[in-house]
Design a protein around this ligand. Sequence first.
Ligand code: UT7
Length: 333
Amino acid sequence: MKSLMIQGAKIIATGSAIPSSSFSNHDMSKLVSTSDEWIFSRTGIRERRLLKGVDKSIVDLGVVASKKALDKISMHPSKIDLIILATSTPHDLFGSASKLQSEIGAYNAVAFDLTAACSGFVLSLVTASQFLQTGAYSNILVVGADVLSKWVDWSDRSTCILFGDAAGAAILQSCSLINNAILNFQLKTDGNYSKYLSIAYKQNTSAHPQLNIYQGSFKKIYMNGKEVYKFAVFQIPLSILKCLNSINMSVQEIDWLVLHQANERILIAIAQKLSISTNKVISNLRKYGNTSAASIPLALDEAVQDNKISSNDIVVISGFGAGLTWGTIVVRW
Ligand code: UT7
């Protein structure tokens, strides 16, 4: 993918937020027929965080994650030009980014939601980098936030064990071309497989009597786990290789692999296919499960806080999920 660049872009801060309430595999086994042993051995998950309380939403988590990122670099929210909120679980079908904008006081920022499920953060990073590299904006806040607990079928043990709630944020800034740190990206979608992972629209059985319009609501999460698993393990190594090859970079140059935290076995299989040591794979699934659009920024933020990822490291970030959509972005930290 080639894009016209008149200036560079870099990530200058990250932040994250998790709900206070944790829900262990043991707790899960009281809800559905499962066990800690099954969940941990098949997914690597031990517990997840759930957002509880009346009217609590992604906005609450997104605000905390954003403020943490801003505080790290002592940036006033008025400096933000654009907010992209990656989410599939907005608190308002028209979008939640504007609520986030007002709650953090980023009054100069235009704000919109981006819906691409678990790939949402990668697509948002790429979108943000385009606005920066073309010179349109100087500071962009990208937030990945999801509360899939509101959309999980809590009687379906094949999906409810996987998901957790969280938010993560990154602030990107323009810089000189020579310091550009968003080195390359590759994005793909194959809508033929959208049926494998969805929260489908459910129309009412009868139409409005005068208008013949069918209104409705949304169903709960449906996933064909096996197909999504195979797709991720097949496509993500290809996406990473393609992204690296076109900038003459080798797999050996990767310092950290930050993949969408869907399943520990997926992370390991992808690393093995690429002959990357699992020591270079960032994983926090054990504590949070799959937090959808939040999983990558949450993992990034923790890895930075733990002094794993440091300045000049090559970080390869890949997301995948409903759509089916997937993508990779190569970043010099
Ligand atoms: O964020 C979007 C991306 N999502 C993903 O990447 C998810 C990818 N898929 C997966 O991670 C895995 O497919 C799962 C973790 C969802 C399922 O693992 P699996 O190894 O593919 O299990 P399975 O669906 O083949 O089920 C194996 C067995 C079945 O029993 P039988 O038919 O062999 O008797 C299931 O009924 O395990 C049973 N099972 C469970 N047993 C205990 C399914 N869920 C559970 C459960 N506890 N929670």
